[in-house]
Design a protein around this ligand. Structure first.
Ligand code: PLP
Ligand code: LYS
Length: 423
């Protein structure tokens, strides 16, 4: 359930007509519903009621500080993967004691920043990272809280680019090699072992890979116990999918009960790192039609709707061939056409949708690209020197710009022409 609905043929976000917001903000822009963000966070988090847990929102999926702050206020923590995400989470007021730091390539200065900030723990992904963290912590005279991200070799049955828990993926430490690292860590003066973690992939539509993973983690925790290593946290990562088209992912409550059932008997705090399931359907991208055209090649006629948002603004269709529902902001039952919705970028791969069924649209019409709240703005770039678009949040009958549209000046900010370049 989300708060993007048609009322009398007009798309609304909560109590505001999307077209009215567009008049004031201009296009393109990302639009988020505060009520949907809240509802989705609570639906996920409340599934784990009754057990010790922290919902650490995956900042990479949607990192605007207004949204992080909203989740922080609802009791959430953060799953971060860079110094930049740590900065955002702290700026948003998220409790550092609820921040966990994942990622295969943490630099020395990022490790230092995490330690200075007193985060809950680092998800260490290699032996070399463990040694580097121990050295940095020694230098700072502190103990680094550590969980190891183990790779359980479970097939999440999702897109190959977003599978992370298979042995052939770069993530984590193979589960059968992890015990050795725990033993090394226990012997290190500046490391404190806190937990065991994993994240097997994103946009999962089945519960079984999560359950299989948890079983493997439980067996592993048993082996740790035999070696007198006790852990306080089990981090199951993120990954619950959403409906973009006709997928039928588990309801967060179903996911939570399956996990709770499997956890039975384990006394550890559960950490969850959801991203997409919370924000994916809480945001849309609003774009304006610039031109329509048809290209005839032989017997085929191809229709194009050229809009003012491109693959730099929403890259998922180009990158993964991902489907996003696209509909006019003003519903029209007129003539249905099948068209590619394409952006202004000089790449054939610049499309938001292929063979989309649309009513007749004209220059100036607004289109909504749905399910754009996760990995939408956060993956945007300035390619073709396009300023990144605005982000807007609605609450009831009010809206606020939570990130300004970038200016032309911001495009060249930090650039300079050296004196040895002749003008
Ligand atoms: C370590 C880690 N945690 C959490 C997430 C969030 O995943 P999702 O948005 O699928 O819930 C990701 C991204 O896949 C990730 O890499
Ligand atoms: N960016 C991906 C998900 C990757 C998740 C990051 N581990 C997507 O849009 O679906």
């Amino acid at each position: 359930m989300n708060h993007f609905e048609y009322k009398n043929g007009e798309l609304f976000c909560e109590d505001l007509a999307v077209s009215d917001i567009a008049k004031e903000v201009g296009t393109p822009f990302y639009l988020y519903s505060k009520a949907t963000l809240t509802r989705h966070f609570q639906a996920f988090d409340s599934g784990f009621e009754g057990i010790d847990h922290i919902t650490c929102f995956a900042v990479k999926s949607c990192s605007n500080i207004a949204i992080l702050s909203l989740f922080g206020g609802l009791g959430g923590g953060a799953d971060i993967v860079s110094g930049g995400e740590l900065f955002r989470a702290l700026q948003a007021g998220i409790d550092p004691g609820k921040i966990i730091y994942s990622g295969v390539g943490k630099t020395e200065s990022e490790l230092r920043y995490g330690l200075q900030s007193n985060i809950l723990f680092f998800n260490v992904e290699s032996e070399q990272e463990l040694h580097r963290l121990n050295t940095v912590a020694a230098d700072m005279g502190v103990k680094a809280p550590v969980s190891f991200r183990v790779n359980p070799d479970v097939d999440p049955k999702t897109h190959a680019y977003i599978s992370t828990g298979l042995a052939k993926n770069k993530f984590g430490i193979p589960i059968h090699e992890a015990l050795d690292l725990y033993l090394q860590a226990e012997a290190m003066e500046h490391i404190e072992v806190k937990g065991v973690s994993c994240h097997i992939g994103s946009q999962l539509t089945l519960i079984s890979p999560f359950v299989e993973t948890l079983r493997k983690l439980k067996a592993f925790v048993g082996r740790l116990a035999e070696n007198e290593i006790t852990i306080q946290y089990i981090d199951l990562g993120g990954g619950v999918g959403i409906t973009y088209d006709d997928e039928e992912p588990p309801h967060p409550k179903e996911y939570a009960s399956a996990i709770k059932e499997e956890l039975d008997g384990l006394s550890a705090t559960l950490i969850l790192e959801p991203g997409r399931v919370i924000v994916g359907n809480a945001g849309i991208l609003v774009t304006e039609v610039q031109y329509t055209k048809s290209n005839r090649g032989g017997a085929e006629e191809k229709h194009f709707v050229v809009v003012d948002a491109g693959m730099n603004d929403l890259t998922r269709p180009s990158l993964y061939g991902a489907y996003h529902r696209i509909e006019p902001v003003k519903e029209d039952v007129d003539l249905v056409q099948v068209a590619d919705v394409v952006g202004p970028i000089c790449e054939t791969g610049d499309f938001l949708g292929k063979d989309i069924r649309l009513p007749h649209v004209e220059q100036g019409d607004l289109l909504a690209v749905f399910s754009a709240g996760a990995y939408g703005f956060t993956m945007a770039s300035n390619y073709n020197s396009r300023p990144r678009v605005a982000e807007v949040m609605v609450s009831g009958d009010q809206f606020r710009i939570i990130r300004e549209r970038e200016s032309m000046e911001s495009l060249i900010q930090g650039e300079s022409i050296p004196e040895f370049v002749e003008k």
